[in-house]
Design a protein around this ligand. Structure first.
Ligand code: URA
Ligand code: CA
Length: 433
């Protein structure tokens, strides 16, 4: 086989066979196929798309390009959740203990990464003593015992995707549905998921700003999942404004605790119940969405959700007394109000701008080397559709810096106050099963 012939085939709109796709991914991973040929192929895929079969084969080949996590020693169906990313997205912190409390095994491998706030591990490390440096055997043992454990990323998962994603970034081929879908799905599958729930975000703060595009991506991923034997469901949810109220690491832990007790922000609770119901169904712990939802509501009410969170924290060195006394979490020195300058209704909160504001306070990493301040961040008091009065506090900055002019300016640019009443945007646009 010659790469040049396969590029030509894709350029002419023909379908690549399974062995051809394997040749490409293997060759690219081991360096036999150079970047310039892979760039040409990525561009041909960008313009000519891939068939369902090509997409499934492309995903499988990327899974096979590196290590695969074997979770077979864990009892039950391992369901993983993936979010395409947003601002102040506290869902993982809530969902993991919530579904574990109804018996869904949560074997989470998580990273740190760049962003407006830290990753799931950074957030959990706001709990004194908590750590993810456990070995694989202990990880499996903990999931079997408590139904939940989190371990740091290790191993060489999907090196083909890593290399290709970097290449796409500099060849204007990131924004391709078949390439994004196979990239995301390959990582979840390599990490050991038997079934997958996808939270595809849409709106100004999301990767896919339009609902139609988000749906196309979601359907592509669900199809790949089913075609490679991993049952997959997806939710298209709103990221035109931040989810919940808190953006910041310790602040989000507090928000997660509130939500596990059924006292959290309405939108965050609703999204967690929707995604959680899908996880419960995929794990075959309930037959219908309604039944699954009721199980989750029950453990929120009877305290089992919060108890599962405590057990999980304790098992990995964390001080679980923090949960009943949230003042033990890292706390910022200053609380600075962001105040409305006129009467009206919140008509827009640009999620991305709020995210950048949180990052300016030190809640996230701009580069891999940046240090995170776990205590800082932003708590919103007003969301889209809410009425505000001049002089009212719209949001509170939790800061360890005294001067926050730049952050306040960012927030001012993020919020739009309109004189006419505006409806809140829908939270869930679509469910794809
Ligand atoms: N996120 C991914 O993991 N891969 C893509 O291709 C795009 C977004
Ligand atoms: Ca939040």
């Amino acid at each position: 086989m010659r790469m040049v012939d396969l590029i030509e085939k894709k350029r002419n709109g023909l379908e690549l066979a399974k062995d051809e796709i394997e040749f490409i991914i293997e060759g690219y991973t081991n360096g036999n196929i150079p970047d310039y040929q892979m760039s040409a192929l990525a561009m041909a895929i960008y313009f000519n798309d891939m068939t369902e079969e090509e997409r499934a084969n492309f995903t499988k080949a990327m899974v096979d390009s590196g290590d695969k996590i074997d979770l077979s020693a864990i009892e039950g169906i391992k369901v993983d959740k993936h979010s395409t990313g947003g601002v102040g997205d506290t869902t993982t912190l809530v969902l993991a203990p919530l579904v574990a409390a109804v018996g869904v095994p949560v074997a989470k491998m998580s990273g740190r990464g760049l962003g407006h706030t830290g990753g799931t591990i950074d957030k959990l490390e706001a709990v004194p003593g908590f750590h993810v440096e456990i070995d694989k055997d202990e990880f499996i043992e903990l999931v079997n015992k408590n139904k939940i454990a989190v371990i740091g990323q290790s191993g060489n998962l999907t090196p083909a995707d890593k290399k290709l994603y970097g290449l796409r970034d500099v060849t204007a081929t990131v924004n391709s549905i078949p390439l994004i879908a196979s990239s995301i799905m390959s990582k979840k599958i390599a990490a050991g998921a038997d079934a997958i729930v996808l939270d595809v975000k849409t709106g100004a703060g999301a990767f896919m700003t339009e609902v139609e595009k988000a749906e196309e991506l979601a359907r592509a991923m669900v199809k790949i999942g089913k075609n490679v034997g991993r049952n997959t469901m997806a939710v298209i949810s709103d990221m035109s404004q931040p989810l919940g109220f808190a953006i910041g690491n310790a602040l989000e832990v507090k928000e997660a605790v509130d939500t596990l007790r059924g006292e959290g922000p309405e939108d965050l609770e609703e999204l967690c119940l929707t995604l959680g119901s899908f996880m419960v169904m995929l794990a075959k712990k309930a037959d219908t969405k309604e039944e699954a939802r009721q199980m989750l509501l029950d453990v929120m009410k009877n305290g089992e959700a919060i108890d599962t969170f405590k057990t999980f924290l304790r098992a990995q060195g964390g001080d679980e007394t923090v949960i009943d006394d949230l003042s033990k979490l890292p706390t910022a020195k200053h609380e600075i109000p962001f105040i409305a300058e006129k009467d009206g209704y919140v008509s827009e909160i640009k999620a991305n701008e709020v995210g950048i504001a949180a990052m300016l306070l030190g809640a996230g990493r701009a580069t891999k080397e940046s240090e995170i301040d776990l205590a800082v961040g932003i708590v919103l008091h007003k969301k889209v559709g809410d009425e505000v009065e001049s002089g009212e506090t719209i949001a509170t900055l939790h800061s360890n810096q005294e001067t926050v002019d730049e952050v306040l300016k960012k927030l001012d640019g993020a919020y739009t106050i309109s004189s006419v009443k505006v409806a809140a945007p829908p939270l869930v646009y679509k469910e794809i099963m």
